[in-house]
Design a protein around this ligand. Structure first.
Ligand code: TYM
Length: 333
């Protein structure tokens, strides 16, 4: 049986990278598989979060996920901190995974920057919590953007080491699902950096809450180059911004990048950007309208998430009972 798990941090706005790299694929998978989708607030606090802002962002993210089409009746949608099993399994994995493995994690290096000594311990151990998120449900498949690939490899190594150490065939080795042109959406200001919530300039990303004028302005200002669009993929060599914008167009229109290249071959950036804007507005504006409607009733969002947490615990509790038995913990009477 395939069980899907994926997570997203409730920090700042959901942006186009999260949508194309992850959430849109969640919507597509929900009819075929058992899906568990988690808003990972324990991960979020590995860097400082203002408490009121975290609460607001968590509800806003839930609204964005629901508005994108994730059906909370078919899937389990919940907040990580409402299921303590994640934190408990993460501790066990802190004792299974090796320091050397975590030292290789490029995301920690990027996020901690030069001031490593001052990064939280949580930021360093973050990948173990991510392994726990997935394995507390024995999930077999994990849809993510390309930036999470290394963390998924660590989750597989950890599952394997746990199984070997304790002589069991207990955890599955989860497979990443990294799909298509949306798997790596880059910054609109610099085609060599990924689109992210943490980049300072808001012009670097399209947020799901941006209105049509803002989307148009951001694409108009998006970095490009003076040449017309190429006729073949080879013509995108050394043109990261053109490659990124064509990739975004392809993902939004459900085409391959080659199809997008053929469609705009020889066109100027300004012609292309206009079509890109129209398409982005057509896809995103119904989502932001629905988000606003959902956010008008925060109690309803909280109720959906509580129900989700209840279902999540029902899946993870028996798995964790077995983990405790395997590790040698005494059962509470
Ligand atoms: P996060 O919150 O940074 O991103 C959520 C999802 O969006 C994808 N993504 C992108 N995809 C394409 N282009 C981009 N520019 C881009 N930026 C982000 C991410 O790959 C991710 O799929 N550690 C994870 C959250 C997490 C998780 C998990 C994911 C925690 N536990 C367990 C899967 C399974 C993260 O920080 O994602």
């Amino acid at each position: 049986m395939n069980r899907i798990f994926s997570g997203i941090q409730p920090t700042g706005n959901l942006h186009l990278g999260n949508y194309l790299g992850a959430v849109r694929n969640w919507v597509r998978m929900q009819n075929e598989y058992e899906c568990i989708f988690c808003m990972v607030d324990l991960h979020a606090i590995t860097v400082w979060q203002d408490p009121a802002e975290l609460r607001r962002s968590t509800r806003e993210l839930a609204a964005a996920i629901l508005a994108s089409g994730v059906d909370p009746k078919k899937n389990t949608l919940f907040v990580q901190s409402q299921n303590p099993d994640h934190a408990q399994l993460a501790w066990i994995f802190n004792c299974v995974a090796r320091l050397g493995w975590l030292n290789r994690m490029t995301q920690f290096k990027d996020k901690a920057g030069k001031d490593r000594e001052n990064a939280s311990v949580g930021l360093y151990a973050y990948p173990n919590l991510m392994s726990a998120d997935i394995l507390a449900y024995k999930a077999t498949h994990v849809p993510v953007g390309e930036d999470q690939k290394q963390h998924l490899e660590l989750a597989r190594d950890t599952a394997q080491k746990f199984n070997n150490d304790f002589g069991v065939e207990f955890f599955p080795l989860p497979e990443p699902i990294i799909q298509g042109a949306g798997a790596r959406v880059m910054s609109l200001r610099d085609g060599s950096k990924k689109m992210s919530k943490s980049e300072e300039s808001d012009y670097s990303r399209i947020n799901m809450t941006d209105d049509a004028d803002t989307i148009a302005l951001k694409f108009r200002k998006a970095k490009s180059d003076p040449d017309a669009l190429p006729e073949t993929a080879a013509g995108l060599e050394g043109r990261p911004e053109a490659a990124n914008l064509l990739g975004i167009y392809a993902a939004l229109s459900d085409r391959t990048r080659d199809e997008a290249i053929a469609q705009f071959a020889g066109k100027t950036f300004s012609e292309f950007k206009k079509e890109l804007t129209d398409l982005a507005v057509a896809v995103l504006s119904p989502i932001s309208t629905e988000m606003k409607r959902l956010l008008a009733d925060p109690a309803q969002i909280d109720a959906i998430l509580s129900e989700g947490a209840h279902r999540a615990r029902a899946v993870s509790n028996p798995i964790m009972a077995e983990v405790q038995e395997i590790v040698g913990f005494l059962k509470a009477q």
